[in-house]
Every structure is written in C-alpha cells, then in structure tokens.
Ligand binder design. Structure first.
Ligand SMILES: Cc1ncc(COP(=O)(O)O)c(C=O)c1O
Length: 397
C-alpha cells in the first residue's frame, strides 16, 4: 500500500481528489482547508465569507472554541460506545436536549445524519400507527437514502432510483386544504419542514403548522417536523416550530446538532413511551464524541444567545438586500439567517461570480440564491456580502 502525499496547492488538491472521488458532487474549483467563525480560507491562502455554513452544519461557526475543547477532551477519554451500553455523555445530552425541546417531547433516538433521522422518524411513525402511508410536500427535501428520498420531491433526485418506497405522496406545501383532503385512516405520518430550505427558502404561513397538527391529531396520523436545516438557532429561535408554538409527534434533527460532527436525532413525544427493543438501531448513534460536541453546542447556543443573534442579523441582512432593489431579484425572503433571493433567472452562474468576490453561497432550487452563514457572522461581514451580491446581480434583466 502506498501512502499518498498530502497535496498542498489548490491545483494539487483538486487533481488528487478528482482522480478518486465517486463523482456525485458538482464541485467548485476551490479547496477549503481552514475556517474560523464565518471565515474560510482556501489552500492558496485566499479568504472567503462563508454563506454556505457547512450546508447548515456550521451554525456555531468554524473552530468554535467550546466545541473544539469538548471534542478534544472527549476524544482523549472515549470515542466509541454503542448503545448496548449506557454512557455518561449520552445520558447528559439526552436530558439536555429534551430540556430545550417543546414540552411534551420526552425521548430521542440518536443517529448520524439528517437522512437517517428522517428514516428513523418514518419507521417510528409506521411502528406506532401501524399504517402504511406518508404524506410529504411538493419541493420538500428530506435526504437521499431510499426512505428519505421517497419523501423528497425533486424528480431529478428520485427518478434514477425508482422504484422507491410505496405509500408516499406529495401535496402542495403551505396549503391546509390539500392536507385536509389527503390525510386519512391509512396515513402514518405527515412530514413537513417549518421552512422549505432546499426547495427555495419558503417559510410556512402563520397557521399552517398548527393546522397540520390539528388535522393529524383528529385523524390519528403523526406529524413529523423536519428541523434538519431549521434547527439550532438558524431561523431566529432554537427550533423553527417555536415560531408556530406547536409540539409535533416527532422531530428530525441533524446538521448543526453537534457543531459539524455527523449526528442526527429523532425527538419523540412522551405519549408514545419507549419503542420496541430491537426494532431499530445504528452502530455509531449516540456515540460519546458527538454527544460531548452536541452538549457544547447547546451550551454555546445559550451563552451566546445565537438564536437571538440569528433573528437580528437575519432581519438586517434581508433589509439590506431588499434595499438594493435589484431588477433581477423577484423576492428576498427568509427567517433568521436562512435567507433566499428568488431570481428571475437561473442562479447557478452567479455562484462562481460571488466566489470571485470572496463570498461562498448556495442555490436553493434552480433560481434561488441561498445565504446560510454561521450565526456568528459579523455585521461587517454581512455588509460585505450585501455589496458582493449587489455587484454580481446588478443590471437589468
Ligand atoms: C430539511 C432537510 N432534511 C434532511 C436533509 C438530509 O440531511 P443529510 O444531508 O444530513 O442526510 C437535509 C439536507 O440538506 C435537509 O435540508
């Protein structure tokens, strides 16, 4: 076996990675090697403002000292401990997580990613209700594993992998009348995001989530809220559902849950008690390293009031972007620091242009520019983002 030399320059890194990666990702021509707060650096030392935020996994910012310290201490103590044993970090984390969730959420299953949290929630819903069907929404995104993909809407993600799971359907998002018509005695669960992220940064209208909860309760279906992208301060509250004040049956969590380490969770309403032993599981779930990191995340969320920071900075960013009055932009919308600019044209060409100006950003569907910075981003950085966005999107359409 030969050990590869560590590549150093951008060109070396891109060449070596491209030679061996599976190829699923359309990658940008940049090699990111270091981060601090909301700043990233490439292999050639160039600095960027990070409005990708680890695709939502970096709400605390890069190299957050409390997360780094927790990981370092726990790595030197115990990394692996499957759930056939009890563990101090897991026990503490479960109780700390339950304490910050809406009253009534009393238990949690710990796993390793957003898709896995969705898989877990779907299995739990079928187990509890003994019903087959799942209702998801048009433009909803829930992950790429086969169960999560069955709930994801985008045809280009789904079609190459057909047949997917049976019993899944998609109804228009944010339309209570569609839910009224769809939920019946065969419905195990309704799965919705508080704000559709990948689907174009589309917040639910007031009344939608409460209405969904009422319809589910009346008809014996479970409401699963996908907080994978909206959780951990992103929308200006610790969880997106807090804007609606609801307590769902199941909540899927991931992304920023453990400060960037791979982790997911399904929070489960207390009324369902414990679930049948052996009916689900995963080797890495609830490992001590990620639990220690996740505890540091909750502490930092509280100490630095990150949800409040997201609310204030997000309102500022949206106001500044709207003030640009860009002709190419149909709408600027969002909640907290989940911000989207819906363009009158495709967004893709503007992403490398923004990168040239030192801002890394995301698409959300074909024509929405999504800004998902770490919640610790400074106002000076937000101002630079606004200038860069104004510069690449200037001109008439
Ligand atoms: C709302 C939502 N649910 C689920 C997922 C899937 O999470 P993961 O990529 O960790 O599998 C994502 C990922 O973007 C997401 O945004």
């Amino acid at each position: 076996m030969s050990i590869a030399m560590i590549p150093h320059t951008t060109d070396e890194i891109i060449a070596l990675e491209s030679a061996h990666t599976a190829g699923f990702y359309p990658k940008r021509q940049v090699a990111i090697v270091r981060g601090q707060g909301a700043t990233l650096w490439d292999a050639d030392g160039r600095e960027y403002i990070d409005c990708v935020g680890g695709q939502g996994a970096a709400n605390l910012g890069h190299a957050h000292p409390a997360v780094v310290a927790a990981i370092q201490a726990q790595a030197a103590t115990l990394i692996s401990c499957p759930e056939i044993f009890h563990n101090d970090q897991r026990a503490a984390y479960l109780s700390e997580l339950i304490a910050v969730l809406p009253d009534g959420m009393g238990r949690a299953f710990l796993c390793n990613s957003g898709a896995e949290a969705i898989e877990g929630a779907l299995k739990i819903a079928r187990l509890i209700t003994n019903r087959p069907n799942v209702i998801a929404t048009v433009r909803g995104f829930h992950g790429r594993t086969l169960g999560a993909l069955s709930a994801t809407y985008e045809p280009k993600y789904r079609e190459p992998f057909a047949p997917l799971l049976s019993g899944f359907s998609h109804i228009p998002y944010d339309k209570l009348e569609a839910l009224e018509a769809a939920v019946n005695e065969q419905t195990a669960a309704v799965l919705i995001e508080p704000i559709q992220g990948e689907g174009g940064v589309r917040p639910a209208s007031p009344g939608y989530l409460d209405g969904a909860q009422r319809i589910c309760r009346e008809r014996g279906a479970l409401l699963i809220v996908d907080e994978v992208q909206t959780g951990f301060g992103r929308t200006g509250t610790l969880f997106g559902i807090e804007h609606a004040g609801i307590t769902p049956d199941l909540i899927a969590l991931a992304k920023s849950i453990a400060g960037g380490l791979p982790m997911g969770a399904v929070a489960i309403h207390s009324r369902y008690g414990t679930l049948p032993q052996g009916s689900h599981g995963t080797t890495f779930g609830g490992g001590p390293l990620v639990c220690a990191a996740a505890r540091a995340v909750l502490q930092a969320m509280r100490d630095e009031e990150l949800p409040r920071q997201a609310a204030e900075k997000g309102a500022y960013l949206i106001e500044q972007l709207r003030a640009l009055k860009l002709a190419r932009v149909r709408e600027v919308r969002g909640m907290g620091l989940l911000v989207g600019l819906e363009l009158k044209e495709r967004v893709q060409p503007f992403l490398p242009a923004l990168m040239e100006l030192g801002v890394l950003a995301l698409p959300a569907g074909p024509n929405v520019l999504r800004l998902l910075p770490p919640l610790v981003i400074s106002y000076a950085q937000l101002d630079r983002v606004v200038v860069a966005v104004g510069s690449v999107l200037q001109g008439a359409k």
